[in-house]
Design a protein around this ligand. Structure first.
Ligand code: SIN
Length: 289
């Protein structure tokens, strides 16, 4: 396979590989590249839904989005995307119509960080791109975001937990929970250690994080808004992926945030996303002895 880094900090394009037909050695190599580059972009893939899911299962069991789980399973069974055609609970459909009021993920976030155990990876397979060539996705490296902080701020944040509330994200889509409906909420360390690299990374995002726990709301707002501004205003942390028809991009949902760009009003874009369950929730980098 041909590996071309997108930037020295994040992302690689992988060509000359067929995800529907991988040897064990190729899977092992892709796992190494995933940890190294965090965002892998595979071009020219002809995949059925089953092949997309089978490739994703190389990384773990598949996640079921809370919008597809019953209340008992910590979800609410409401279509986030009104035009959704698939009933497969393991597929999250991203179907933006020419006149859709919004598309999925139009802000910096990691997918469903409100889950007790957020997915370790997401794999989005885009089969229809807008005719105006828009619809790119940005990705940002949260290891580097942490590394760039001052020692004083690192020391403060690594002892803190933040609350992630799925209702914040639902409100962004104009959805209000009905009485009796549940949606995930969870407390996670602001600075977890990546389970495979043991590196610390920043884990708060504007789509799900409501507050940093144990400090006044105004202090939490000040810190979170500052961190979000820093991530958004730091091109050095970021790469931008241009989708072509039949591109599959996978990202490490722990140490990477992403942001879909809706610069294609009047055109349509279609993709199907599969996410992979982690074995455990984020663990704090700082362990008090
Ligand atoms: C998302 O996973 O948040 C959407 C990404 C995209 O549509 O590019």
């Amino acid at each position: 396979m041909l590996v071309t880094p997108i930037t020295p900090i994040i992302g690689a394009e992988i060509n000359d590989i067929c995800l529907a037909n991988l040897s064990n050695d190729e899977v092992a190599h892709i796992k190494e590249l995933f940890i190294q580059h965090m965002v892998l972009v595979f071009r020219d893939q002809e995949l059925t839904r089953e092949q997309h899911k089978a490739f994703s299962r190389n990384f773990g069991e598949l996640h079921i989005h809370p919008s597809k789980r019953s209340a008992k399973g910590g979800g609410m069974q409401t279509k986030l995307n009104k035009s959704e055609v698939s009933d497969d609970p393991e597929l999250f459909i991203i179907d933006t119509k020419p006149d859709s009021k919004q598309s999925n993920g139009e802000a910096w976030h990691s997918d469903v960080s409100c889950e007790e155990i957020p997915p370790l990876a997401s794999l989005l397979y885009v089969t229809k791109t807008p005719e105006n060539d828009g619809g790119d996705t940005m990705f940002a490296n949260m290891y580097e975001a942490y590394d760039a902080l001052s020692d004083d701020l690192k020391n403060l944040l690594m002892r803190k937990y933040a609350f992630h509330d799925g209702e914040i994200d639902l409100r962004n889509y104009g959805i209000k929970l009905k009485p009796g409906q549940l949606y995930p909420k969870a407390s996670h360390p602001v600075i977890p250690a990546h389970p495979e690299t043991n590196r610390p990374y920043l884990f708060v995002n504007g789509s799900f994080t409501s507050h940093i726990e144990g400090i006044a709301k105004w202090e939490s707002d000040m810190l979170l808004q500052g961190l979000y501004r820093f991530v958004a205003a730091s091109p050095k942390l970021q790469c931008r992926v241009k989708w072509h028809k039949n591109t599959l991009t996978m990202w490490d949902n722990r140490c990477v945030q992403h942001h879909a760009i809706r610069d294609y009003v009047g055109y349509s874009r279609y993709g199907e996303r599969v996410s992979v369950l982690a074995e455990q929730g984020p663990q704090a980098f700082f362990q008090d002895q």
